[in-house]
Design a protein around this ligand. Structure first.
Ligand SMILES: [Fe+2]
Length: 179
């Protein structure tokens, strides 16, 4: 099976709720991509949004991680897997999307706006960035894209809304493969 079909299959078979939320991981990623599209983002950014939590499909036992309060480092798992296939504009923001949360949460109103589950996982992910960390982070090449992915990510958790099908993204996913 080629990688695009494999990704689409994984989206379809995933029925697991996104940890602590009322949407599945697949629904959450599609909602995140739809928000990027609504804001006229580039194809690469839409694809990054669509695949940003792909690492959760790779984690062997997500429930065990939660029960032991461990951070699965899903951003690294997703990045390591996807980098074999996708261009930098897709994978780099994915790698940074958890750090982007740690960056954005320095703003109190941003933190308040997070879901409860996301507030809990922030601690496991390293908590708020220090001033030094934030400064370094803001100088990274993919800083802006990572922050955008993160903002759509945080808003893409609405239960029971009409969303696109993963098949609708087949062409877009294919267009972002390393040539
Ligand atoms: Fe997410």
């Amino acid at each position: 099976m080629n990688i695009v079909n494999e990704i689409i299959e994984n989206f379809k078979t995933n029925k697991e709720l996104y940890i602590g939320e009322k949407v599945t991981i697949s629904e959450h990623m599609i909602q995140t991509a739809m928000l990027a599209e609504k804001n006229n983002s580039s194809k690469s950014l839409v694809c990054a949004c669509l695949l940003h939590d792909y690492g959760h499909f790779i984690v062997k036992d997500p429930d065990l991680l939660v029960s032991k309060s461990l951070d699965g480092k899903h951003e690294d798992l997703g990045y390591e897997f996807l980098k074999k296939y996708f261009v930098s504009d897709v994978i780099e923001p994915i790698k940074l999307h958890v750090d982007a949360k740690r960056y954005l949460c320095r703003n109190k109103s941003y933190y308040e706006h997070l879901s409860q589950a996301s507030k809990v996982s922030l601690d496991l992910q390293g908590g708020f960035m220090t001033d030094d960390e934030a400064k370094k982070f803001s100088l990274l090449k993919y800083f802006e894209e990572a922050v955008k992915v993160r903002k759509y990510d945080d808003d893409g958790k609405i239960p029971d809304i009409k969303i696109k099908k993963i098949d609708d993204y087949q062409e877009l996913i294919s267009s972002q493969l390393i040539k």
